[in-house]
Design a protein around this ligand. Structure first.
Ligand SMILES: [Zn+2]
Length: 246
């Protein structure tokens, strides 16, 4: 039985294991699947979800993770409804990657978080049957091809922690660039920062736009898929929540 389980963990199909060990496939199936189902349901019994079990949600961290999810996050649902939440974090910004990691742990404390090394980035990933409860925007297809509407409880969180949502959005799909102004007559040049947020979903752009309005930050849409914050006072206000990537 141990040999069968080891081969199953290596990814061999039930029939291949049965052939190799000279056993009936049904026996191997019961050993491997039975054990796997047991461990999955054990894991899901341990899980606590703010939506299903009424446990406390870390709303401060949730608002940040929501911004990251809307920007660059993805939920996929695998076997037995176990979902994984992935956020792809560029190697250039290790501080942001750690912040995503912390937020995932805080929002789903009963699940562990792992980092999968990819080219130029890491996939920060956590498994739980409840990720889709916390991000009901999950659905088939890409985010910009379907409506993205926040649930009333999510709107409440965003109202309380607007700056955290903006931080998550800009950390994932935005940037803070430094523009050089033309040289002045005295030859001195000065730089001024501005923020950009780009996304292919007009619903997500609207969510960002409403959040900026709520905290009194002036912004424009120079392109249909981008928001810009350029006025000095507004940049300074957004700096209170976001600041340079790190
Ligand atoms: Zn749930």
């Amino acid at each position: 039985m141990d040999a069968a389980l080891a081969l199953f963990d290596d990814g061999l199909a039930i029939r291949a294991i049965a052939r190799r060990l000279g056993l009936p496939p049904t026996t191997v199936w019961h050993w491997c699947r039975g054990r796997r189902d047991e461990s999955v349901s054990e894991d899901s019994r341990r899980e606590r979800c703010a939506r299903c079990h009424g446990t406390d949600l870390d709303r401060h961290e949730y608002a940040y993770l929501l911004g990251q999810y809307l920007g660059d996050g993805h939920i996929s649902v695998g076997r037995r409804a176990v979902a994984s939440l992935s956020v792809f974090c560029a190697d250039d910004w290790p501080g942001i990657r750690d912040e995503v990691d912390r937020a995932m742990r805080a929002v789903m404390p009963t699940s562990s978080v792992s980092q999968v090394v990819r080219t130029g980035c890491r996939e920060v990933k956590s498994y739980s049957t409840h990720w889709a409860c916390l991000f009901p925007q999950h659905g088939p297809g890409r985010k910009h091809e379907r409506p993205i509407v926040l649930a009333p409880w999510q709107e409440d969180v965003v109202r309380e922690h607007t700056g955290r949502l903006l931080r998550g959005l800009i950390h994932s799909d935005g940037c803070r660039t430094l523009n050089w102004a033309r040289p002045r007559p005295d030859g001195k040049r000065y730089v001024y920062p501005r923020y950009w947020f780009s996304n292919q979903s007009t619903d997500i752009l609207d969510i960002c736009s409403r959040a900026l309005d709520r905290v009194g930050i002036e912004h424009r849409r120079p392109r249909w898929n981008a928001i810009s914050v350029a006025r000095r006072a507004s940049v300074a206000r957004l700096d209170e929540f976001v600041g340079p990537k790190y």
